[in-house]
Design a protein around this ligand. Structure first.
Ligand code: NAD
Ligand code: AKB
Length: 336
């Protein structure tokens, strides 16, 4: 069995050989962010370095191992130019303002999150792109949604700018699929946690910062209160889910808005207790800010049965396995 197929349990070595031979040309928009940094590496491993184009608003800092282009996702002409010039077949659109940042800049949050999606959907509708990945979020849910084991199909009344934009985006993805056959795929990610990249302005960011601070200073002040249970996922699971949903045969993707996706659920006190297995004197204090209200409007846990049934989703990391991996990798970086 190849190394890749050991990681991606859904696919065999033959699948990966087929992906490598498939001549896919992939553009990742927003590639310098928390997810893009890791996703690009994985996509390049599967499809070949030269077939995966990283792109971001940020200028090329020379750190990219493969092709990189500076691109504003709001610039449709330049986006179209790149798609045509590089024969792009798949776009992963990751550029967005996340929950906390969008709440502070609602107009621009709405503009970026919606217009960038329209540009990609329109270019796909005209037949220039075969497949689109666009992430949604647990932020689509609101205070009227059942909070425990939130079902795939339920009341959806988001109360944040970010959640409203994600919900609208889900409806547009489904509409472009139904109306024009655009092959849109999407996951409602929970809060994502990884050691390779920094989070970009969300309500769940504390669950990354806490590991860094535990190792650097032995203490952390959390902007959510101790009982705030939220759905979370370790980045290797999220990257695997993303590539699995994109590589599943089209007839297995029965939900064209966005799939619920679950990994684990915990609150700040529980993650602190788990970190103490490695850093016994770690202390946590609480100073909830405006992000508390956002977190209080989101689910505590997610029912992702549909993703399991349709394309075989299964998470691999729970809290303790994630903590072990985060701490051992961060120790190498931080030098403890
Ligand atoms: P991030 O903020 O870390 O990264 C976003 C990247 O997009 C940044 O590198 C930024 O420079 C870039 N960007 C911003 N504006 C741009 C523009 N106009 N043109 C091109 N690039 C631009 O975000 P992330 O955490 O990597 O999230 C990626 C996607 O996944 C977003 O749609 C987000 O809503 C979704 N998501 C993330 C999480 C999470 O926990 N990280 C959870 C749910 C959903
Ligand atoms: C955020 O907190 O905004 C993101 C998300 C769950 O969408 N991490």
């Amino acid at each position: 069995m190849s190394k890749i197929s050991q990681v991606f349990h859904n696919f065999t070595a033959q699948h990966y050989e087929a992906f490598r031979m498939s001549k896919e040309r992939i553009l990742v928009i927003g590639s310098s962010g928390q997810i893009g940094t890791e996703l690009v590496v994985e996509l390049r491993r599967i499809y070949g370095q030269d077939n995966v184009f990283a792109s971001d608003l940020k200028a090329d800092d020379g750190s990219h191992a493969g092709p990189y282009v500076q691109l504003d996702a709001l610039d449709k002409n330049k986006l179209f130019e790149i798609v045509k010039k590089e024969n792009i077949t798949q776009v992963y659109l990751l550029a967005a303002l996340l929950s906390a940042t969008a709440e502070k800049n609602p107009e621009f949050g709405w503009k970026l999150n919606m217009e960038s999606l329209f540009h990609v959907l329109e270019i796909a509708k005209e037949g220039h792109i075969k497949k689109i990945y666009w992430p949604s979020s647990i932020a689509v849910f609101g205070p009227t949604t059942p909070r425990v084991n939130t079902p795939q199909f339920t009341v959806i009344e988001p109360t944040t700018v970010y959640g409203i934009s994600k919900f609208a985006g889900e409806r547009w993805c489904e509409w472009y699929f139904n109306k024009y056959g655009v092959d849109t795929r999407s996951l409602r990610y929970p809060g994502l946690i990884g050691w390779k990249s920094a989070p970009g302005g969300g309500t769940t960011d504390y669950a990354v910062h806490i590991y860094h601070e535990a190792l650097k200073t032995g203490k952390y002040t959390c902007f959510l209160n101790e009982n705030t249970t939220l759905p979370m996922m370790y980045m290797p699971d999220a990257i695997r889910a993303t590539i699995e949903v994109m590589e599943s045969p089209a007839d297995r993707i029965k939900t064209r808005s966005s799939y619920n996706l679950a990994g684990m659920s915990f609150n700040p006190e529980e993650i602190a207790v788990d970190i103490r297995r490695h850093v016994p004197n770690f202390s946590i204090s609480y100073a909830p800010d405006f992000r508390q209200a956002i977190a209080d409007s989101w689910p505590q846990s997610i029912d992702d049965q549909k993703a399991t049934e349709d394309w075989g989703w299964k998470p691999q990391f729970d809290l303790s396995r994630m903590t072990d991996d985060m701490i051992s990798n961060l120790k190498n970086i931080i030098g403890k």
